[in-house]
Design a protein around this ligand. Structure first.
Ligand code: MN
Length: 253
């Protein structure tokens, strides 16, 4: 079983007025080709898409069509894809979800989109905790004063029910203390919440992957697994011109 992990596509991004859809799609297609090769070799593949699929909450019809067409190809190959909403996707308004709503409405069989903190068990002994960006409106609707309070409470409840002796993976779109940022201006947008301590320190968590921060890096985490920051998949601005962009392949036996 291979988990392919990458995030922060930012479909719809313009850099200095230049439309970046083609560059972003090129990077996404590299991931797709890699997954198709694994499938061809008879491997099981799950794609974890780490948030900020779209750069803005109102993507143009062209941008949306590009994204739908991309995820349709993956879906038709029978590859399960989990997307967690990022701060750029989410609409901070009561009753609204995110720019991902049209993708969800297509009704792809293998595409799963998460706007809340949940525990997903896809395969026996493999569990994935989703930590998407949570808006203020969402937290208030759930009866919390702050988003951090909601995240910490919900994360605590999930940590308690995490099965022992299974593979438990957390995927987040949060701030991570100690991370070096390259493109702050893209990230800050309505997102000030920290990765919940309870999951950072949990002895039951085997792997932590986190999007949101655009510079790929590994953050030491003395009481839990290292936090792998997946970064954005293509160079988003000139401040990142020297960065190497990556996606991850986690092979589980
Ligand atoms: Mn981002």
């Amino acid at each position: 079983m291979h988990l392919i992990i990458g995030g922060d596509s930012h479909f719809g991004l313009k850099t200095e007025g230049i439309d970046r859809t083609d560059d972003i799609l090129d990077s996404k297609i590299q991931i797709l080709k890699y997954m198709l090769q694994l499938k061809k070799e008879g491997e099981d593949v799950i794609y974890l898409d780490m948030g900020d699929v779209f750069h803005g909450t109102r993507p143009t019809t062209e941008v949306m069509a590009t994204a739908i067409s991309y995820y349709r190809t993956i879906d038709s190959e029978g590859i399960d894809t989990l997307i967690i909403a990022g701060n750029h996707d989410v609409i901070d308004q009561k009753g609204k979800t995110s720019a991902l709503a049209p993708l969800q409405a297509v009704g792809f069989k293998h595409l799963h989109i998460y706007h809340d903190i949940t525990l997903v068990s896809f395969h026996p002994s493999l569990n994935i905790v989703t930590l998407p960006h949570i808006s203020k409106a969402h937290a208030v609707e759930e009866g919390f004063k702050t988003v951090q309070e909601y995240i910490d409470t919900k994360a605590k409840g999930i940590e308690e029910i995490l099965p022992e002796n299974q593979i438990n993976i957390v995927i987040g779109h949060m701030n991570v203390e100690g991370a070096k940022t390259g493109t702050e201006s893209y990230m800050i947008k309505g997102a000030h919440e920290d990765f919940p301590q309870v999951l950072k320190k949990s002895k039951k968590v085997n792997y932590i992957f986190n999007g949101h921060i655009h510079r790929p890096q590994v953050i030491e985490n003395p009481n839990g697994p290292p936090i792998i920051i997946t970064g954005d998949i293509s160079t988003n601005d000139f401040g990142e011109r020297l960065d190497t962009k990556v996606f991850f392949d986690l092979e589980l036996s």
